[in-house]
Write a protein that binds this ligand. Structure first.
Ligand code: CUO
Length: 709
């Protein structure tokens, strides 16, 4: 395997036990069992870090270091790695304020500052060797969750490590993803068995509620491992705090809006498949929250259980001394109202009091950074920290003033927030602000939407196993995942958990396009899917329907000149929003990870492929497939570099690493705005370069055994 620039690069698992890994791969070993000191061997290969001097060790380990290392000294199979000296001793005083046993939350302002500080320390190390040593130095000193987050962000943003593939978080912290008790059983099994067992621990699919709770019908979506990993990874790629050079990515505010809007659309789609109505906004913060949630996740590194929220919980003002955090619900109301004022007057006010227009194309990006909010917010004093502190208020509903010394619930962590029904109610409130802005924008005219000379004459779906076209099929699939990297203080060897998730049969789109022009032309194929009817079984108004269209794929096409039947065939596995399951869950030492031959690399951000198609129903859920070919000349983005992109798999949701977002149109085009006059339904909206096809999604009800045995 050769890396970019011709240097030989070994993937962490590619070598034999005892073979020395490359310098940057060592960083991955620091993510293995992060609560254990780095003085014990890391990874299956047994990498044993050796400190440059005694002061390098944290005080509590200095006396014990000799006896710890003596345990491994005779083991010839271990790979001993001598850590080099650091340029200077890093100042970890801020990140160390978070106790090692505490929970770390990206939504808590003080935690964000700590994380930003540690990321800066790691990113600013001049050489790779100094980076590795500084990371090891921080490893035993700072909170493990904070450490994993900061190291991951630093790895993704340093030029010398950005092609490293990070392990999926469920491998590092399985307790954030699995049912209570699984990790304990896995640990017990690892201790009892002499030889590693390949018999997985079965994780029941329905462990958080019973059929009595109607919201539980969509738990398979909310609690899907891949969906939660995607959300965690998205926030890792797009941190909202820290140095501007790390935060300030092309159209990040707009992508915050779009990626979360699509989550809402997908969740509402699933709800309609399950005879649930669309999510209502959490608008009045004094209303009881009717949706309870009992996560039953495994205990964390800190040994805490994740607190549940009873039905009817009431939000309170937050005043938590341990988190140095105080705000009132009224603050959230005030910020929301100021943001609405800005939207309705078409301009925001910056810190110097100057009006900055919310323009047709850039306004949404400004708003995204204000509403989230990120350090790019144009005026945090005025517009506050709405979305993040909304998460926090909900996450502390059980202990708003820390009197019970309790920590946050799942809404406080991007890795777990999507499990909770209230996540979607809060994000419906957030999305509503963006939609308010979108409603103020000029409508797309026929002239803008059309591609004269280009006509889509047919769009159909051909699905494996279905006799008829335009039918999709879903089913349950079991899958084994390895927990061994996240189970601290236990013997080595694989420990497997067997989970069940939604899956669909692979399918292809077949699109027929007529090009009446005398020259070959380029186009962008934009494919969306939406439920055909609303909760009552009636056709929807375009203004509401547009919010339910989920992006399925987007790609460039070439149309031959003067040709009636340009046939475009595209596989579902090539989707511009998704990454394959294997990549979401790839194991830390798999031979397939690390840098790759072709310069392409994968960052783990992307909707899980297994959740591309909503569940449907046994008798076929009626949907509409929408296909549009837009003029590529209006979509094209000139990139400053022609280097192939890393993480190019799920561009619609994750962008291109270190490049511009590769589609000039507003994200969500053409469904991001209200329709032109005269358009009532989707049928009225169509121009010749679009096609609409009725599709049904059949849920077969079968469960397939794991393929990865
Ligand atoms: Cu991704 Cu609220 O932003 O969670």
């Amino acid at each position: 395997m050769s890396g970019r620039g011709g240097a030989a690069v070994a993937a962490p698992g590619a070598g034999q036990r005892g073979q020395r890994p490359q310098a940057k791969d060592l960083l991955l070993y620091l993510l293995d069992r992060p609560a254990e000191t780095f003085l014990v061997p890391k990874g299956e290969r047994g990498v044993l870090f050796q400190p440059p001097h005694e002061e390098f060790l944290v005080q509590r380990l200095r006396h014990a270091a000799e006896s710890i290392t003596a345990r491994w000294s005779g083991n010839e199979n271990l790979v001993k790695v001598q850590l080099g000296p650091m340029a200077s001793t890093p100042d970890l005083s801020l990140p160390r304020q978070l106790p090692r046993q505490a929970h770390f939350s990206l939504f808590i302002p003080q935690h964000r500052r700590m994380a930003a500080d540690l990321v800066s320390t790691l990113v600013s190390q001049k050489t790779l060797e100094e980076f590795v040593s500084t990371a090891a130095f921080a490893h035993d000193r700072v909170n493990p969750s904070l450490f994993v987050y900061a190291l991951s962000v630093a790895v993704l943003h340093r030029p010398d490590t950005m092609d490293l593939r990070l392990p999926a978080l469920n491998e590092v912290f399985p307790g954030r993803f699995l049912q209570h008790g699984v990790v304990a059983r896995a640990r017990a099994r690892a201790h009892v068995l002499d030889t590693p067992s390949r018999t997985p621990i079965e994780v029941p699919q329905n462990f958080t509620a019973s059929e009595l709770y109607e919201e539980h019908r969509v738990a398979y979506f909310r609690e899907d491992l891949g969906i939660n990993l995607h959300h965690w990874h998205w926030h890792l790629v797009y941190p909202n705090s820290g140095e501007r050079r790390i935060v300030n990515k092309d159209r990040r505010g707009e992508l915050f809006y779009y990626m979360h809007q699509q989550i809402q659309a997908r969740y509402n789609f699933e709800r309609l498949c399950n005879r649930l109505s669309r999510v209502t906004r959490l608008l009045n913060l004094r209303d009881p929250i009717q949706e309870g949630y009992f996560p039953k996740l495994d205990v964390t590194v800190a040994g805490r259980v994740w607190q549940p929220r009873h039905a009817g919980a009431l939000l309170k003002d937050i005043n938590r001394e341990p988190d140095q955090m105080r705000f009132d619900l009224e603050d959230l109301d005030r910020w929301r109202s100021r943001i609405l004022d800005a939207i309705h007057t078409g301009a925001v006010v910056d810190e110097a009091g100057k009006r900055v227009l919310l323009t047709e194309n850039e306004g949404i990006d400004l708003l995204g950074n204000i509403i989230e909010s990120s350090v790019l917010s144009i005026n945090r004093n005025l517009y506050g920290d709405l979305h993040n502190l909304g998460h926090v208020a909900i996450a502390y509903v059980h202990d708003p003033d820390a009197r019970f010394l309790e920590t946050y619930s799942v809404m406080g962590d991007p890795a777990t927030a999507m499990r909770d029904p209230v996540f979607y109610r809060w994000h419906a409130t957030i999305d509503d602000l963006f939609q308010e802005h979108k409603m103020s924008l000029p409508r797309y005219t026929v002239a803008v939407l059309d591609y004269p000379g280009v006509k889509v004459t047919k769009a159909e779906i051909v699905c494996k196993g279905r006799d008829r076209t335009n039918e999709l099929e879903t089913f349950w699939e079991k899958r084994d995942i390895d927990l061994s990297h996240g189970i601290d203080f236990s013997p080595r060897g694989p420990v497997l958990a067997r989970i069940t998730h939604l899956q669909h049969e692979p399918f292809t789109y077949k699109i027929t396009v007529e090009n009446n022009l005398n020259k070959p032309v380029l186009g962008t194929a934009r494919i969306f899917l939406a439920p055909k009817f609303d909760e009552r079984g009636l056709q929807m108004l375009f203004r509401d329907h547009r919010l339910l269209f989920i992006e399925m794929d987007k790609f460039q096409v070439t149309l031959k000149a003067k040709t009636k039947d340009n046939i475009i065939v595209r596989s579902s596995t090539s989707s511009s929003i998704s990454i394959p399951f294997e990549r979401t869950f790839m194991e830390l030492e798999s031979p397939n990870i690390g840098t790759t031959d072709d310069g392409l690399n994968y960052c783990g951000c992307g909707w899980p492929q297994n959740m591309l198609v909503p569940k449907g129903t046994a008798d076929g859920f009626p949907c509409q497939l929408f296909v549009m070919i837009s003029n590529f000349n209006d979509d094209r983005v000139n990139q400053s570099s022609t280097q192939p992109s890393k993480c190019a798999d799920a561009v619609s949701f994750c962008g291109l690493k270190d490049k511009k977002y590769p589609d000039k149109r507003s994200m969500g085009y053409p469904f991001d705005r209200m329709p032109r006059d005269g358009v009532t339904t989707i049928d009225d909206f169509l121009t010749p370069n679009m096609a609409l096809t009725d599709v049904k999604i059949f849920f077969s009800g079968r469960t397939e055994e794991p393929k990865n045995l």
